[in-house]
Design a protein around this ligand. Structure first.
Ligand code: COA
Length: 177
């Protein structure tokens, strides 16, 4: 990482406007609502890079990890603003996450990428040895501005018997992550 940059895990420093601005235009979270970004940030371990040459130390890179801190960590929403790319910031964030003291017990890191495989390969990531062992259940495919939250929500129907033996049913709301 070269230049006037600082890397931080401090959630209080995150500039949600910048993060939302980038993610709503990204190929993987197009039109994501700001409230969804806020929820995702609140429930993740986030890392960011700041340009310390600007008065406010603007956020220029971001990544977050969904984790239980012991078994699994999923790396998501990795980006560096275009004018700051190719200075090693993306790699520095990935490294900082892998080196984070609270993630040292994690048994497996996962991520999905369309075209940035080389970035993660440098940090030791490799394609799944047995992709056929993994399954996915997709509940939200897009954050379309033309749909209301209830239309976007697919939800999972469930039914079970309560303690009184009566059948219960309902819908687990989709959280759009
Ligand atoms: C991918 C991204 C985070 C890399 O950030 P960065 O700060 O430029 O990363 P680094 O400087 O540490 O490393 C760049 C290297 O990553 C590799 N790389 C692999 N895929 C890449 C991609 N899609 N875009 C840019 N670099 C990529 C290249 O080898 C590149 O080397 P170079 O600088 O010699 O050209 C940044 O390009 C970005 O934000 N892209 C748009 C969002 C995105 O696709 N994020 C990844 C989602 S999984």
């Amino acid at each position: 990482m070269t230049g006037p940059y600082e890397i931080s895990f401090d959630p209080a420093r995150l500039q949600v406007d910048v993060i939302h601005e980038f993610l709503r235009e990204s190929y993987w979270a197009k039109e994501i609502p700001r409230a969804t970004v806020e929820t995702a940030i609140r429930n993740s371990l986030c890392v960011a890079v700041y340009d310390t040459s600007t008065p406010r130390a603007s956020l220029v890179g971001f990544a977050r990890v969904l984790t239980d801190y012991v078994s699994l960590a999923y790396l998501a929403d990795v980006f560096v603003l275009p004018e700051h790319r190719h200075h090693g910031l993306g790699s520095a964030m990935v490294r900082a996450i892998l080196d984070h003291p609270e993630l040292q017990g994690v048994r497996r890191f996962l991520l999905a990428t369309l075209d940035a495989h080389a970035l993660y390969a440098r940090a030791g990531f490799e394609p799944l040895a047995r992709p056929q062992d993994f399954m996915t259940l997709r509940r939200v495919t897009s954050y379309s501005a033309t749909q209301s939250p209830s239309e976007k929500s697919v939800g999972i129907l469930f039914s079970r018997k309560g303690a009184d033996g009566e059948a219960r049913g309902g819908r687990i709301p989709d959280r759009g992550l």
